[in-house]
Design a protein. Sequence first.
Lengths: 361, 229
Amino acid sequence: MNAIPQLRLKLNLQRPNFALDVDLSLPSRGVTVLFGPSGCGKTTLLRCIAGLERAQGQVILEDHVWQDSTLRRFAPTWQRALGYVFQEASLFEHLDVRANLHYGLERAKPQAGQALLQEAMALLGIAHLLDRRVAQLSGGERQRVAIARALATQPRILLMDEPLAALDPERKQEVLPWLERLHERLQIPVVYVTHSVDELSRLADQVVMLEAGQVIAQGDLAEVMSSGELAQRLGDEAGLVATGTVVELDAMDQMARLQVGALGIWGRDAGFRLGQSLRVRILARDVSLSLSQHDDVTIQNRFEGVIEAIFPDRHPSQVVVRIRCGQHGLLSRVTQRALRQLSLQPGDAVWCQVKSVATIV
Amino acid sequence: MNPAVSTETGQAIALTLQLAACTSVVLLILATPLAWWLSQTTSRWKPVIAALVMLPLVLPPTVLGFYLLVWLGPNGWLGQWTQQLGWGILSFSFSGLLLGSIVFSLPFAVQPIQVAFQAMGPRPLEVAATLRARPMHAFFTVALPLAKPGLLTATVLSFAHTLGEFGVVLMIGGNIPGQTRVMSTLIYGHVEAMEYAQAHWLAAGMLVFSFGVLLALFRINRPRDRGQP
């Protein structure tokens, strides 16, 4: 069997008060989110991949060895076929939008580059901005142009360093849909740095969680988000993230039923259409447990499952329970006392009552 | 005014402008890489070089002129070298004057360019590198255009500063009409000869000209309006 093409990272960087030490293999498709609190080293890791920081170790993308300290090889950034989107506006102020977009194109293969740029411009909706000066663009427009500019160089990987962090919430909502479109269409892997759970749940396929320069978890988004071990760190954000399909619309009550694996979940209809695919989050704090099925409660979503494991939570009064419902792992945050009163244990069958469902288009 | 005087004045004006123009051009070429190095380096030699570059700002021009005179003379190390190269002795010539002006105005050229490079920070060049630009290409297409206000300031300041130099010129130029006599030394000559009327005309002319040059610089380098469309 051929080795699956991938991004191999084995990096070590020593700084005063900080050390980055990671050993990772990332898939060559989809969006991998580097996630963690500020100062955990996620931006530094991204800069190391790009060669903007000089770390010891290996960076190998598919069959290209970008750096390998054992071979004393270190390709400078300009020799690495990558696209990089910086956190704050990084467009060249002395050039207009068109010239900014063409800056990277000069060194790409002209034919393919032109086509790629046209595609990127359409994908990011910036064709009408071409003749503007950079100073005339809004923050959101600048980031969209910066992404298109990075894509025009025909990168083999796209690195994005908190591209929305410098934008106000309104602008963020303006750019996010474009990123989601990008996610659907892009053929190259994306490594995306963020500390926002919202961006993580909307964009990620894979998650790498970092803390103090070390990887503390890596895996599929759903797996990592619903792993009880991380509930303490994720706090209120812990819970299931999964992709579902709209299968039923109730026009009278303005509700929609989403099929998420074996689970049929009723939620608010935010203008969905049948067959639409969207992401669903069920937070641990919104799930309560009972030993029998009740029909006399207001809660619409009830699923039967089996307790898999019980994890300590931030506050000693709470625990996080992982319940297996079909192929999904639901998390529920309950009190120690309730756990004792119902004498819940791994292996017990329970009913999960889901108070609310956050849907993300 | 008799014709001899006006010829003398004309020659001095032409020579002064020529000297200032040559100095600005040479300094722009010399100071840009030097300022770039000073803005980027972490070398332990940086303070030494930075101090040397700034030295002409604090030294009396006569000290500078004196050393140049000695070094450029027939027994000086620079003089020996220029003779070996077949350039002869540079003191009391236009070339010597040019060399003196370059050294004298160096800080005025390096400082604004260095500040411009430092102000842009490392980000624009990192961006250029992620867009596959070689460091040299990035320097010419990104760093230089972004430092344009600094380059312009450097050029204008070296030009204006050369117009006003006196001590160095007197020491190594020797005030030879048509060869090394510039405006400032001509004015000095007029004053010594009690020709206050001529001195007045020249002094006022230089005042107005220098002010005009600096005014133009500050108008051009005004920050642009950054309004939304």
